[in-house]
Design a protein around this ligand. Structure first.
Ligand code: GLN
Length: 267
């Protein structure tokens, strides 16, 4: 009887140990922020190429999301994927949040939940420096327009009714290359990214039309209904807005911290 009791105690101790081990493992998982991005969007996210060596992901968004993890004592894992795959990766649980200069839209809200906005942007047009034909969005009618697949720029151009002369590319750099090669007349893309491309390619210029292209807000996306991650992200964003972190990051990257961006290969 004594032996049996001892055996039982040992078994339950082992059970407890394995349970807590399993618990530890789980805790470690929930202690990691698994982030999805599309590192093709300087200065928000890009592959840093320091001294010709592909290093790691860098940019405003990358720093923001690192701070979210840091604030919560979490490790971080960054998954680089196609922009269009981010919402799917959230839905199937592959990533717990997506940060990719993603504009909060009603359409996207159908499949994901968004944080409070952390950045205000708008669409702009990029043309060759000697192009004086395109002064406002309506002037793009009949012109060859390049956009990036799935970006809000594509949606805006389609809404303007210019789909017939529009081509969608996988990367911003490809659209810019098309413009540099004279194969298209104009690229429509987000303002801060356009500034980055202009810096890298001084023969190009930006044309704005604020009457047509109104402001857009970027948000961090989470799986629909994942209030836990959303609350955590919102608290970190609120803090970073209040203490000036986001402004400082925007200024830092606007000043050329992304000079080593992979996006600069479009020269
Ligand atoms: N802001 C644009 C959008 O949400 C582009 C984002 C991106 O390319 N990373 O569609």
């Amino acid at each position: 009887m004594m032996k049996l009791k001892k055996f039982m105690v040992t078994v339950s101790a082992l059970c407890l140990a394995s349970l807590s081990l399993a618990g530890c493992g789980k805790k470690q998982d929930s202690n990691k922020l698994v982030v999805g991005t599309n590192a093709e969007f300087p200065p928000f996210e890009y592959v840093s190429v320091a001294d010709g060596v592909v290093d790691k992901y860098a940019g405003i968004d990358i720093e923001i999301v690192k701070k979210v993890a840091e604030d919560n004592g979490m490790k971080i894992e960054i998954n680089n994927m196609e922009f269009d795959s981010l919402t799917v990766a959230l839905s199937n649980g592959q990533i717990s949040c997506a940060i990719a200069g993603m504009t909060i839209t009603e359409e996207r809200k159908k499949s994901v939940d968004f944080s409070e906005p952390y950045y205000v942007a708008k669409q702009v047009m990029i043309v060759n420096g000697d192009n004086n034909d395109i002064k406002k969005a309506a002037d793009m009618k009949g012109k060859k327009i390049a956009v990036v697949q799935g970006y809000t720029g594509q949606i805006e151009v389609e809404n303007l009714g210019f789909k017939d002369t529009m081509s969608a590319f996988k990367k911003g750099t490809e659209a810019i290359q098309e413009l540099l090669n004279g194969k298209c007349d104009v690229v429509v893309i987000d303002s801060a990214t356009a500034n980055q491309y202009i810096k890298d390619n001084p023969s190009l210029k930006i044309v704005e039309d604020d009457d047509t292209f109104t402001s857009e807000e970027y948000g961090i996306a989470v799986k629909k209904g994942d209030t836990k991650t959303l609350e955590m992200v919102n608290a970190a964003i609120k803090k970073m807005k209040e203490d000036g972190t986001i402004d400082a990051l925007s200024a830092k990257y606007a000043e050329g911290a992304s000079d080593d961006a992979s996006g600069s290969d479009a020269q």
